[in-house]
Ligand binder design. Structure first.
Ligand code: ZN
Length: 481
């Protein structure tokens, strides 16, 4: 066995002929020391990842009265988020990885429509909200605070006032600088009376908010269409089926809006969809949506479904730019009011909503693009009969992490005091799309590895080369856009 294994290592160019005949132990140490040495430390290892499993102590009382959802339970139980106080969550390292992937997708799509990332303070002067009337109209959901000099502030849920104020301070903004598209990805606040379903309705959340400025209504509509295209691509790349409907302008106001939803039983919006003509709207837009109505366009029966709102686009017109004097200088040097749009994506809400839509009651299923790691590699238990093959774990992690689409996306479950079965169970529940097991068949003449697809529950027994080929094909299929 040792000899054949050594030959195989040699064929891969990672061990010299001179090593044939030495013990696998020595060889693996050599390989570790010489070939992978500096790269070793860059592999992610579960023993180093803060991922506290939510084990309820005996006799413990449930901490919160929040209504539970599947996503909330799974994200907390598997150490991805942690409830810190009513409606407020810590994002633990695995959750942070998911958010980083999502924000990277957003950054890419925003760049494609010439949007620039910036950030505004979380606190906005109350005075600005008074000018637009929202200090009074927003009510108890608005987090308000004041400083030591009794100046009042809003802990911002959105930044139309703040960004319009920024533009009004720029005296010389020229018509040549428009359209201007500025977005941020930051925490937003809402003093929910009844936080529920974890990240789906909480009091502090991560949101992407884009604000656009144009010279005229026509150009603002062009911008709206451009950004809508970016939203379509973004939600397609996230990879969970979404529904776009005509939206309710609500407290934001403006001329018209569209909403992006995921269909889910716990969704709090009612959507009306017509299969015949494609009419799609939030039921809030219709005067009497409690009765099932015929489609206003073609009179066929509409479907009524529940949706979780994950994105919202608004053509604002001059609702904010006029009172706050967000102006530009026209061709004649005269100030004119800009036309605004605003475009939100509930980033932390998307993270919970995809889990809500795809997962099983006991285990998370992530969309390929957002999984915290794409592959979890599990080696033999320490002291078990097959422990001699454990050096393959590092080698496979190294090889797979060189493949396009897997860079920095491999985690080794190196907690080798646990059985393979126990670790496979946890990896399945956490929702890594692939689990790669280095077990006793790795000691065969041509080493064989087991690959579990946690989405389809299929299991494949593959050689080293076939495995890499399989990973390449997967990326081609899943990252088409
Ligand atoms: Zn219709």
């Amino acid at each position: 066995m040792l000899a054949t294994n050594s030959r195989y290592w040699t064929s891969l160019g990672i061990a010299s002929q001179a090593m044939a005949g030495r013990s696998l132990y020595v060889m693996s140490r050599r390989v570790c020391a010489s070939i992978f040495s500096c790269r070793h430390s860059h592999q992610h290892r579960l023993s180093n990842i803060f991922k506290p499993l939510n084990v309820m102590p005996k006799g413990a009382v449930k901490k919160s009265d929040e209504a539970m959802s599947i996503s909330q339970k799974l994200l907390v139980d598997l150490g991805i988020t942690s409830l810190r106080s009513n409606g407020m969550y810590a994002m633990l390292p695995l959750g942070q990885r998911v958010l980083n992937k999502l924000t990277a997708l957003i950054d890419e799509e925003m760049a494609r429509v010439d949007s620039q990332r910036f950030s505004l303070p979380h606190l906005t002067k109350a005075e600005l909200w008074r000018i637009t009337g929202r200090w009074e109209s927003t009510g108890e959901e608005l987090f308000r605070t004041e400083d030591r000099r009794a100046r009042e502030y809003v802990l911002s849920p959105t930044h139309e006032e703040a960004v319009a104020n920024l533009l009004s301070d720029v005296q010389q903004l020229s018509f040549r600088e428009l359209p201007l598209r500025l977005y941020q990805i930051s925490s937003k606040f809402r003093d929910e009376i009844n936080p529920r379903f974890g990240l789906l309705r909480c009091r502090e959340f991560l949101m992407k908010d884009l604000y656009t400025f144009d010279k005229s209504e026509d150009e603002a509509v062009c911008t709206y269409n451009d950004i809508s295209g970016a939203y379509g691509r973004l939600f397609q790349r996230i990879g969970v089926p979404f529904i776009k409907v005509a939206g309710d302008c609500g407290s934001i106001g403006g001329d018209f809006s569209h909403e992006y939803h995921y269909q889910a039983a716990i969704g709090e919006d009612t959507l009306l969809l017509c299969q015949t003509c494609g009419y799609a709207t939030n039921a809030e837009l219709l005067p009497d949506s409690n009765n099932v109505l015929p489609c206003p366009k073609c009179k066929s029966q509409v479907d009524k479904i529940s949706g979780i709102e994950v994105g919202h686009t608004f053509l604002l017109g001059t609702r904010y730019s006029k009172p706050l004097q967000a102006c530009y200088r026209n061709e004649n040097g005269k100030p004119e009011v800009t036309w605004m749009g605003c475009y939100g994506v509930g980033v932390s809400r998307v993270m919970a909503a995809v889990v809500e839509v795809l997962s099983h009651p006991d285990s998370i299923v992530w969309p390929w693009m957002l999984a915290p790691f794409k592959v979890c590699i599990i080696g033999p238990k320490k002291g078990s009969r097959e422990s001699s093959v454990s050096s393959w774990v590092e080698h496979m992690a190294h090889m797979v992490s060189k493949e396009d689409g897997y860079v920095d996306d491999i985690v080794i479950d190196d907690r080798d005091s646990l059985t393979i079965g126990r670790r496979v169970l946890e990896a399945t529940r956490t929702g890594y799309p692939f689990i790669l097991i280095v077990g006793k068949r790795a000691a065969e003449h041509v080493p064989i590895f087991e690959l579990i697809d946690t989405v389809t529950h299929e299991s494949h027994h593959l050689s080293h080369q076939m495995l890499l080929q399989y990973f390449r094909e997967t990326v081609k299929n899943k990252q088409k856009l």
